[in-house]
Design a protein around this ligand. Structure first.
Ligand code: NIG
Ligand code: FE
Length: 415
């Protein structure tokens, strides 16, 4: 067993409702706390000195901290595309010179450009890229990262990406949660129509994902220029019948996607920058978790997801980085979540829940995102005696230590 502490504050993120607004005074704060760990899981959270005396010293390895430390659950980034080849710095420059994301896409840039570059990369090169990016996220406190395919857009190329994600997952401390995004856009080199493409994915790709344990989640980009609600309908239905969880790129530039998400009982609807009162109210009434992606708003220079309205309407809100080479190249969850909080007037509790407990729910994971007995011992530790300092510094204040499943996997002073 291991005992870590004392922490000036432990913010366990327990006892919070999944849906609706949360005020900071609803956050439990454990003062002078300790965390007892056994076999990668939390055995107990409590008062450090009490724990020191109750646990027999010969059974315990103590990691005594000196100075001010505050502990949050390991952060969870529930939406990324960090498996890719090449760069889209040209798109960024073009957008900032006045072209829109969709104009660039129509002219042959955008997602298709990354598809071309990702297809050129070997699986090993993709693994290297994922590992490099995941390590950076880990240093920012992220211990669970969702990673999508979707730059392959053919059966062998989607498989190459998903095998790369699986291999990367085996080589790093971070847990990577893979999602198949074969329905990212209709591939320009496909000989049939979108219906035929999706049917081929259902018949020949989805069963392999199960057999090879490559992904449990299916995503689609519902948008003008990507897939329509009508075309995606049978795809999602069949994916659900095969036992996959559904998640949707919804309402990014135009509405329609969030209704599809609700209809198919998706775990989450992500983006939602274009959602109107109607979609906000439908989402809030549903079990679908709304995922705001401030990194895409910052990358594209467009409006943020109406996070405040979603929460006030009673919705569940997670926040993710959308880290990808096109719309969201920054890939810094804490910075983006803090900035979203500033613009959308979110409490510390709402932002922190969005990247911990509510983000776990957006990945359908019930073993993380909170610091309590039985949960994974995933910890983000910051050098402060007040948790409010973390978001106040708008991402410029990084963790000094990160633990994953009870192991110290990042120590700022050693990097
Ligand atoms: O979440 N909107 C669609 N997909 C990604 C962007 C992917 C890209 O531009 O390469 C997103 O923003
Ligand atoms: Fe995305």
């Amino acid at each position: 067993m291991k005992l870590i502490g004392p922490f000036k504050q432990i913010i366990p993120m327990t006892g919070l409702s999944l849906k609706g607004a949360i005020s900071d005074n609803q956050l439990e704060i454990i003062k002078d706390g300790g965390i007892l760990i056994k076999e990668g899981k939390i055995r107990a959270v409590g008062e450090f000195t009490e724990m020191l005396t109750t646990v027999k010293s010969n059974e315990i390895e103590t990691h005594q901290l000196s100075g001010d430390h505050t502990c949050l659950p390991g952060l969870i980034d529930a939406h990324t595309h960090i498996c890719f080849g090449g760069s889209r710095a040209n798109d960024y420059a073009m957008r900032n010179s006045g072209k829109t994301y969709q104009e660039i896409s129509k002219a042959g840039g955008g997602i298709w450009d990354t598809v071309t570059q990702t297809r050129k990369a070997t699986k090993e090169e993709l693994v290297k890229g994922i590992v490099k990016r995941a390590k950076r996220h880990l240093a920012n406190g992220v211990t669970t990262l969702e990673v999508k395919s979707g730059y392959g857009l053919s059966i062998p190329e989607e498989l190459k990406m998903l095998f790369a994600i699986k291999e990367a997952n085996e080589t790093i401390a971070t847990d990577l949660v893979a999602t198949c995004l074969a329905a990212h856009m209709f591939p320009k080199d496909y000989s049939g129509n979108p219906e035929a493409y999706l049917e081929e994915m259902v018949t020949n790709l989805l069963p392999i994902l199960k057999e090879e344990n490559l992904a449990n989640r299916i995503d689609a980009f519902i948008e003008e220029g990507a897939f329509t609600p009508e075309v995606i309908e049978p795809y999602f239905k069949k994916a659900k019948d095969l036992g996959f969880d559904i998640t949707v790129h919804a309402d990014q530039f135009s509405t329609g996607g969030s209704e599809v998400a609700i209809k198919h009982d998706a775990i989450s609807a992500d983006h939602l920058e274009a959602s109107t009162e109607k979609e906000i109210s439908l989402l809030a009434k549903s079990n679908v978790i709304s995922v705001a992606l401030p990194g895409a708003s910052l990358g594209l220079g467009c409006a943020f997801t109406p996070a405040r309205k979603l929460l006030d309407a009673g919705g569940a809100l997670a926040i993710a980085s959308d880290h990808n080479p096109g719309s969201a190249p920054m890939g810094d969850l804490l910075t983006q979540a803090a900035i979203l909080g500033t613009f959308q007037k979110l409490s510390n509790a709402e932002v922190l829940a969005g990247i911990t407990v509510r983000a776990a729910a957006a990945l359908n994971l019930s073993d993380r995102g909170q610091l309590d007995t039985g949960f994974l011992a995933d910890l983000s530790i910051f050098h402060t005696n007040d948790y409010k300092e973390i978001l106040y510094n708008q991402g410029n204040f990084k963790p000094c230590m990160v633990w994953k499943k009870g192991e110290l996997v990042y120590n700022k002073h050693k990097h």
